[in-house]
Each structure stands twice: as structure tokens, then as C-alpha cells.
Design a protein around this ligand. Sequence first.
Ligand SMILES: [Zn+2]
Length: 349
Amino acid sequence: MTTFKTFSEIIGQERAIGFLKGVMGRGKIPHAYLFAGIAGIGKTTAALALTQAINCKEPVNQGACGQCQTCRQVRSGNFPDLVFIEPDRQNIKIEQIRDLNRTLSFKPISGRYRVSIIRQAEVMTDEAANSLLKTLEEPPQNNILILNVTEPLALFPTIVSRCQKVLFRPIPVRAIVDWLVNNQSLGEDKAHVLAKISEGSLGKAIRMCEVEFIKKREYLLSRLIQLPGLSSEEALEMALQHKRKHKERGSHEIGKGEWDLFDLLSIWKSWYRDLLLTKLHCPADFLINVDFSQKLKNISRHFKIENLIDSFHMVDRSQRDLLQTRNVDIMMEHTVLTLKRLASQENNR
Ligand SMILES: [Zn+2]
């Protein structure tokens, strides 16, 4: 989710924004930036704010005025010197970088600088990366490239070394809670659950509001609580039911189905984390699923600590594997059966 904002409207990224403004103030703007951080924390929003700031006709405090013609053009998506490159299915392909290089060979149309934002730059093919590397070695004047990445280590080191790195940190829970309470009219308790479960990603928290995540979470947790009592057949069905759901919702849309499963695994992970903390007598403030604190207390009694740790790791690993694994069904079956085994009475005696 990307919205158009000026620097001062971006929440929870004071350090990154302060850095960008500082560079602007010194007037020596690098030709390439690497914005690194998890999804949904404002990298693209900051890239757009930077586009406004460096092209604004009447900048205020090293930021955009938000009012002039250029600012309005950027906000309405009509700024001719803004280029977006996004993955075409799984990758950013060489043709996309070749097109970009062609565009860069011309002068900017109306702005001082043309800004090219490459989202998820880590999924460039090797050919695309090599082609971009040449551009980074001899960048055409009045062009700024911004590479957004969640995994900087997945990029060629030669690319990383030619960019000015800016680190975007997860947004503090308090800032997300306040934002959700003020902008989505959520109650404090629910906003707290979303802020914690989204792990510092405002974009993810907003998306969760849109899909009625809170309601869905209650259902999914009740199913997970029933898991130890299910037969193996029923447990396998539970693993594949999520798959059916994601097929029905149109898995042809890239990432959509995976995102659903990703959410499901986030919920499970938060559950085992909370069970473990409850077992260790941590205060309720630390819990994500605050509204389930009594249930957590009762259920944690039936678990050995090491089985809770293993369950947490199991879900955590599955979540990370999700984006790479082709056979999601097998992964989910394995996850559910392992969780069922770890929750069984015999294994907790
Ligand atoms: Zn302006």
C-alpha cells in the first residue's frame, strides 16, 4: 500500500527521513539509493516524498511544500519524470532494465531530477542486475535511482556498494496503534493486536483491517486450539482447507494466496509465542493476543516448554519457506502434523 505523503507525514521512520533531509540540506544528492527494510514500512512512500522534495518548486525545511504544481503532479501520479519498475510475475527482467536505460538516456521532461523507483530490487534476474550495474557505474545526469529491498543480501554486492544505503526500521507498536485508532476507528485492544501481529509493518496492519483480520483470527485460533483432539485425517484436512480457500479466492493473482497463508502462519506464530510467554509467567502486556489471556493460561499448562519452542520454530520456518516453496501443500501438511504431535498429551508428560 502506497500513499503520497511528504516527509513530515511519514510515521515511525524519523531516522531514515532525517538522513534523507540531511543529504538534501547539504545539496549533494547521491545518484542511487538503496532503501532496505521489511514490506509495508514506508520505503516507497519515502521514495515518493523524496521525488517531491527534490523537484518541489518551493521546498520547506528540506521537504516538499505539497502544494506547488510539481508536488501536485507527483501526488496525482502525473509527474512525467517518475519511473516505477516492479516485478513482472516472479522477477524483474532484463527487458525492463533495458527499457529503463533507454528512458534514462533522455533528459528529464519537466523536473530537475527523474526518479526511478525499483521495487523488490532483489528479484532482478542476474542479466537484469548486470545491465543495471552498468547504469550505476556511469549514471546519466539528473537521474536518481531508488532500489527498494527487503533482503539486501540477495543483491549483487557490486550493486549494493554503488548505492547510498538507508535503513528503514519496523515502526514502533505505539505509533501503529495510534495510527489505527485515529484513522481506522479501531478500539485500543484490537489496534494493539494488529500492531503487534504486523511486526512493525503499517502496510500489513492496514491490509489486515481491510480483510477483517480480527474476526478471521478468532476463528483460526479456535481451530488451532482444537488441533490436538483431531484425528490425523482431520488435521490433514485442516492443512489443505486453507489451500482450498486460497484457490477459491483466485490464486492467479500473484502473492494473494500466499499472503493469506502468510497471515495464517503469523497468527499461529503469535499463538505459540504467547503460550510460551504465559508459561514463563510474563505479564499480560507482553502478549499479542491480549484478549485470549485466560485461554492462554489454561492451554499453556498442557504444554512442555520445549514443545512450545519447537512449535514456534516450526511455524516460523514455514512462514519463511512459504515464499520459496513450490509445494505449499506438503509444507502445510508437515507443519500441521508436527504441531499436532507437539501438542499431544503423551509428548507433554
Ligand atoms: Zn512543492
